[in-house]
Design a binder for this molecule. Sequence first.
Ligand code: SAM
Ligand code: SF4
Ligand code: SF4
Length: 347
Amino acid sequence: MRKKINKILGKAEIVLGRKKLLALPRYVQLEPTSRCNQECIMCPRNEADYDSDFGDMSYENYLRVLDEIPTIENMQINGLGEPLLHPRIFDMIKEAKRRGITLSMNSNVIWVDTPKKAQKLVESGLDILKVSMDTTDSKVYDEIRQSDTYDKAVAAVKLIVQARGCKHEPQIWFNSVILQQNYKDIGNILKLGSELGVDLVRFKPVDTFDIYKDKGIKVASQEDLFYEMKKVLSEFRDVKVKHNLGDLINNFSNYSRPEGDYPCFSPWLEVYIQYYGGVRLCCEFYSKKYDVGNIFRENFKDIWNGEKMQKIRHDFWKGKLGFPVCATCNRFGRNMEIYKKVKKFKF
Ligand SMILES: C[S@@+](CC[C@H](N)C(=O)[O-])C[C@H]1O[C@@H](n2cnc3c(N)ncnc32)[C@H](O)[C@@H]1O
Ligand code: SF4
Ligand code: SF4
């Protein structure tokens, strides 16, 4: 009931453009740990000037987050780290489910090396498991993830699919980041997903944030990428697995933030919480310099309605960029959907 009221209130406060909110976040991304067993070339945690330490959120602090934000409808339970390395990840999932939260998790699944572990993961209560699978070539996997574990990742997916059997939960997706290093492999990734029996292959163009301008990870010729995707779409017309290639092609020009003063509604809807309690606007914020507060040191409501957040809402409502990462935001699609609805009432 509380969540339903919060949802209605939140929608009204967006339409009204309120800066101080009665509603609390509906969506949370939470980082159980920032420790990892891989060192991917596109991941900000591996940059020389990455400014966070590596560590775990304690279970007690995790409960504190859930207590302070009782309105969470949907939680993504990973940050910049491998969530399955957290010693209490399954307790965390169980507790969130007990509180009626829909849960998804990105993982490289290297931790899953026995049928027993696969069973544990499948029975955890997780709604969606998004497995990172960026290639079907073990050398490219090693190049991207700096980890000679392609075979382990494939074996883990097989164990997980087997453990799920004919049940429908969790949904098992591939989350495949498109990079210069792997874009010619898109078709094979689709084929692999289909053969392994995953439910969806979700391709995502690499996010270059505001730091990867010259790193050589974004596909150098976007035209080549476009034609590669079109080719794969027609060659793999009959592939059994669902995928988002059609959507990506149709929205090819929307990979980045659209031109114009469009508002970002993220500060009305969500927060990204670091293992040490740092609260950030969304998962694009990879640096602690953008923390708007610390949920383990301050009352969450004071952060959510503090001066910083009110100023951010004020600026975002006017369509101001706000932060360097906002200029390269590739998760702006949801904002455009909300904008179309809000526009009917205001603007
Ligand atoms: C940061 S990881 C954390 C979870 C886990 N360690 C994993 O790799 O799945 C979450 C997802 O973000 C993806 N990712 C990492 N860097 C990215 C980038 N620059 N752009 C887009 N996705 C990225 C990863 O491939 C992974 O699928
Ligand atoms: S993408 Fe995931 S596995 Fe790779 S370094 Fe980042 S957190 Fe670790
Ligand atoms: S514009 Fe994008 S990066 Fe910036 S807060 Fe909004 S969703 Fe996050």
